[in-house]
Design a protein around this ligand. Structure first.
Ligand SMILES: [Zn+2]
Length: 365
């Protein structure tokens, strides 16, 4: 028998690992590899479900929330050069298929909506937002797995955006609001948008903000008019609003590619800033974001939550790769659910999630 090696918390021999890498690259993103599933579940035995705070329902209809940008992403992320919108629809999962991997792998999930109508819809017949009603409907259809969701509002819709935040809070009972500043083309510290932060703070709605580089339109001529300046200036953009709205919980998304050092400094300085690390294959994190990886294993260990960016990335592959990283003892478990309960527990209860399965373990572990 070939010799097994240790990769983080997993043990595999070289050939097995290579074969699984190959299987991951070939399969549809929403299918679960049975061997990987077995490894993941063996590690999770006796532990509560993982909580995934950042995903997109790019289903047969939902993928169109990125419109033509989604077609381009096929090229950027998967090297598929001449794919058509019809083929994307064919490959995309139905709602049932989208939810299945979370159920299989023991993950409770919070999908994000998408509204960038003002900036992304004009001239793009493919565009169709992922509405907040869509997100609430997924939760209502799969309450055991989709525990809540993040609304999205288009900041350029001014008072209508404010009304929509209130609707997300009151009527739809979503946990918070997600923004993607490159797609939505705005600086968060532009005073014009301060009423949004004021309202979210007042309601106790946490926000998710994109941070660092984005794959959106990456490699297209002129990035098809999109600008990464909206997410590359963590300081001052996010520094300003985190200081001006100290009771607003801000979750910086992704590993802040290109702004690693600023991200850990900001996270260290501002008590109301938290992070998640989706949008990159986890095995690249230690090199792509070395300050982040260092800090999350040490003094910022309580500030990181888990997000998968499913279904641009495969859920089984993301979990399997996290488990192979050299995290210090207890760090991954913290990220998988404990930190999320500590950071967002109050808000989760507000939207009606029963925290029992996590709370019980919080005291025991
Ligand atoms: Zn995302």
């Amino acid at each position: 028998m070939a010799e097994k090696k240790r990769y983080g918390m997993l043990e595999m021999d070289d050939a097995q690992r290579k074969n699984l890498e190959k299987a991951l690259a070939k399969k549809p993103l929403h299918h679960v590899n049975p061997e990987i599933k077995e490894m993941v579940l063996a590690q999770r035995k006796g532990m509560p479900r993982i909580i995934d705070i950042h995903t997109h329902p790019y289903t047969k209809i939902g993928w169109r929330s990125l419109g033509k940008f989604r077609v381009h992403l096929e090229k950027y992320l998967y090297k598929r050069t001449d794919i058509t919108p019809e083929q994307i629809t064919d490959m995309a999962p139905t709602d049932d298929e989208w939810v299945a991997p979370f159920k299989e792998l023991g993950v409770a999930v919070m999908p994000c909506g998408w509204d960038a109508e003002t900036t992304m819809a004009p001239g793009d017949p493919l565009y169709r937002g992922n509405t907040n009603d869509d997100i609430a409907a997924m939760r209502d259809k799969y309450p055991d797995t989709v525990i809540t969701g993040w609304g999205s509002v288009d900041p350029w819709k001014n008072w209508k955006a404010l009304e929509e935040v209130i609707r997300c809070y009151k009527d739809l009972k979503l946990i918070g609001i997600k923004f993607q500043q490159v797609g939505q083309a705005f600086h968060v510290n532009n005073k014009q948008f301060y009423p949004l932060w004021d309202l979210c703070q007042e309601l106790g709605m946490p926000i998710q903000l994109h941070s660092g580089f984005t794959g959106l339109a990456s490699g297209a001529p002129g990035g098809w008019g999109t600008k990464i300046k909206y997410t590359m200036q963590l300081i001052p953009d996010i520094d300003d609003i985190s200081a001006d709205f100290p009771n607003l919980k801000i979750i910086m998304l992704h590993c802040s590619d290109g702004r690693d050092e600023d991200a850990v400094l900001l996270c260290r300085h501002k008590g109301n800033i938290y992070r998640e690390l989706s949008g990159i294959q986890p095995d690249y994190i230690p090199e792509a974001a070395p300050h982040t990886f260092y800090e999350l294993n040490r003094r910022q260990r309580d500030k990181y939550m888990f997000g998968s960016e499913f279904n641009l990335f495969p859920l089984d592959g993301i979990l399997w790769r996290h488990m192979q990283l050299p995290y210090r003892e207890g760090i991954l478990e913290g990220m998988f659910w404990k930190n999320t309960i500590n950071i967002l527990g109050e808000e989760m209860e507000r939207v009606g999630i029963n925290l029992k399965e996590w709370r019980v373990n919080l005291t025991e572990v």
